[in-house]
Design a protein around this ligand. Structure first.
Ligand SMILES: [Zn+2]
Length: 444
């Protein structure tokens, strides 16, 4: 861009133009004609000279200029519809840039968003969207799955930054129109449907398209939680719980080392905090938002229940780690709903892995002890409490034996050495029981 502007500033005609518009006397002499002409001085200029001026202006300057009058903004929109403008201001920026150039590309699309926002200010919402889309629609990076550099192309992110700036401050009704417009023009709903009805992992490219498009264009660019919630709800709301669970995992689940969605990874391998954090943040966002039309915060618990067995039950440590990352309210609600339904062995297993993850990830063991106590309170009868405690303690032995068998088989599946796992579990058990004994002694 710098070289481009220096090219323009060095031309003769530019100097001539500046020398003509500078003198104050000219401005005052023409005031009468200006009032009746919305294009002002520029009406006298040949179209190509006016285009030349617009080429010289930065996006922000052009955005301010567009607010001078309806005629000026029409001229600017016409100029922006030319292929020369599109090539220079849009297409060339979509060439997948190096990470170092990413910052300036994001700034560029933010400024373009401002330009489109200002120059379409007087148009109805649908026309504003139509105009913006007509300028961007031919970029292959924005058509689902047509960019040669997919999935490494940053096109969706650039478009997301542009779109977020364009629609910043629009009310919910208008944002719904934006979502409908995007669905109509990109076939988003049909792509999502194909991705969530396919066997998990079978249409891995389609799953990635959904993930990158939704996160890049619709979700990742918002700063306020209520905006993030609104757009996530737009994506999730049309689908039943089973599909919502699939979709949430496609959008935020961990990836595998080959770049595919990590369905197999959460089942067969231990996933660290970093891999589950995005999912946990999305779950917290859905859970913490007050009830709205078509959404109850409790729905997210059913989604989690479904997600953690899709397509097959996750590794217990991954379930426990996700629950811990989601915080104590969600964790308790999941365990308590299992307790109410008498799923003792499931809760016990989850609690043992909560204790193991607390040990491994360095959380205070008091957290796991309090969670166990709280879940125990769900059982009102003494005999039920006793069965619960027995079940938890038996599960300690069971999981220890499982790990011991893994050690004996010498099978470590690419994860942590099973012997280290076993040592962690024994340490976790010691710390957990120390905390319980200490708490009961303190009471006495
Ligand atoms: Zn691309």
């Amino acid at each position: 861009m710098a070289s481009e502007s220096s090219r323009f500033t060095s031309t003769r005609s530019y100097r001539r133009f500046r020398s003509q518009r500078r003198p104050h006397s000219l401005r005052t002499a023409k005031t009468g004609t200006l009032r009746s002409s919305p294009q002002g001085f520029f009406e006298k200029l040949p179209a190509e000279v006016f285009d030349f001026i617009l080429d010289y202006l930065s996006a922000v300057d052009a955005s301010v200029f567009s607010m001078a009058s309806k005629t000026i903004s029409d001229c600017i929109m016409r100029h922006m519809s030319t292929s020369a403008w599109r090539n220079r201001r849009i297409w060339q920026w979509f060439d997948c840039t190096s990470p170092e150039a990413e910052g300036s590309a994001l700034d560029h699309f933010r400024r373009l968003g401002l330009l489109f926002k200002r120059c379409t200010l007087l148009l109805p919402t649908k026309d504003r969207l139509r105009f913006s889309y007509s300028v961007f629609s031919q970029v292959p990076c924005l058509a689902m799955d047509q960019c040669a550099a997919f999935p490494f192309c940053r096109g969706f992110v650039y478009y997301g930054v542009f779109l977020t700036t364009l629609i910043a401050g629009w009310d919910e009704l208008e944002c719904h129109r934006v979502f409908d417009f995007i669905c109509e023009n990109t076939n988003l709903q049909r792509t999502i449907e194909a991705a969530v009805t396919c066997r998990p992992g079978a249409c891995h490219r389609l799953e990635l398209v959904v993930r990158l498009f939704c996160r890049g264009v619709l979700l990742n660019q918002w700063q306020r939680r209520r905006d993030s919630f609104f757009w996530l709800m737009c994506i999730l709301r049309p689908w039943p719980i089973v599909s919502q669970a699939r979709l949430l995992f496609i959008l935020f689940g961990p990836l595998q080392s080959d770049g595919k969605i990590g369905w197999q990874r959460v089942r067969d391998h231990v996933v660290g905090q970093g891999g589950l954090w995005d999912l946990a943040k999305a779950i917290i966002l859905l859970h913490d938002h007050e009830e709205t039309k078509g959404w109850r915060p409790d729905n997210v618990l059913s989604i989690m229940d479904e997600m953690m067995v899709t397509p097959l039950p996750w590794h217990s440590e991954n379930m426990a780690r996700l629950l811990i990352l989601c915080g104590k309210n969600i964790c308790y609600n999941i365990l308590a709903s299992k307790a109410i339904n008498g799923r003792l062995s499931e809760i016990s297993r989850l609690l043992i892995f909560l204790i193991l993850v607390s040990e491994k990830d360095g959380y205070c063991m008091k957290w796991a002890v309090k969670m166990t106590q709280q879940v125990c309170q769900v059982f009102s009868v003494a005999s039920e409490k006793w069965s619960f405690i027995q079940s938890v303690e038996n599960m300690f032995s069971e999981v220890t034996m499982e790990l011991y068998e893994l050690v004996m088989a010498g099978n470590h599946n690419g994860d942590m050495d099973p012997l280290q796992h076993l040592c962690c579990l024994l340490n976790a058990s010691a710390h957990f029981h120390t905390e319980i004994v200490y708490m009961s002694l303190r009471k006495d």
